[in-house]
Design a protein around this ligand. Structure first.
Ligand SMILES: [Ca+2]
Length: 136
């Protein structure tokens, strides 16, 4: 019984880095969309920015599906093209790019900016427009 406990502990230690791995797509979105970076082990931007489940994978939320529709082999380009499409993926009245700019979730209709689309659009244009979200 003691050996089994040790084996389990050894497996947990060995697999720990994989359990806390940061998928490159999530890191790209954090960098490209100016999302708040992780603080230690605290994930500030979850996989649910694009996915339905907290651990990612299928299915995707409406914004994740928009990114997928624009994916041609490069996640940075797909994120940018999804914003350039000026769609309101979650149907909450705010285009995806305005939600990214406001810091709300473009794939969750329960998360939306508290200011008008007109105000956000003017602010985004002053900041440089959708091109501020070009891959880098
Ligand atoms: Ca939203």
């Amino acid at each position: 019984m003691r050996k089994v406990g040790f084996l389990v502990l050894a497996l947990v230690v060995v697999w720990m880095p994989y359990a806390t791995a940061r998928p490159p797509y999530r890191l790209q979105a954090i960098n490209q969309f100016n999302l708040v970076a992780d603080r230690g082990d605290v994930r500030t931007a979850s996989c649910q920015y694009c996915h339905v489940n907290a651990n990612g994978g299928a299915p995707w939320n409406p914004f994740g599906n928009e990114v997928r529709a624009n994916f041609k082999g490069n996640i940075g380009d797909a994120l940018y093209e999804a914003l350039k499409a000026m769609k309101d993926s979650d149907g909450d009245g705010y285009a995806d790019v305005l939600e990214v700019f406001a810091g709300t979730l473009p794939g969750d209709a329960n998360s939306k900016p508290l200011v008008t689309t007109q105000f956000l659009m003017q602010s985004l244009e002053k900041a440089g427009g959708v091109d501020i979200y070009k891959p880098r």
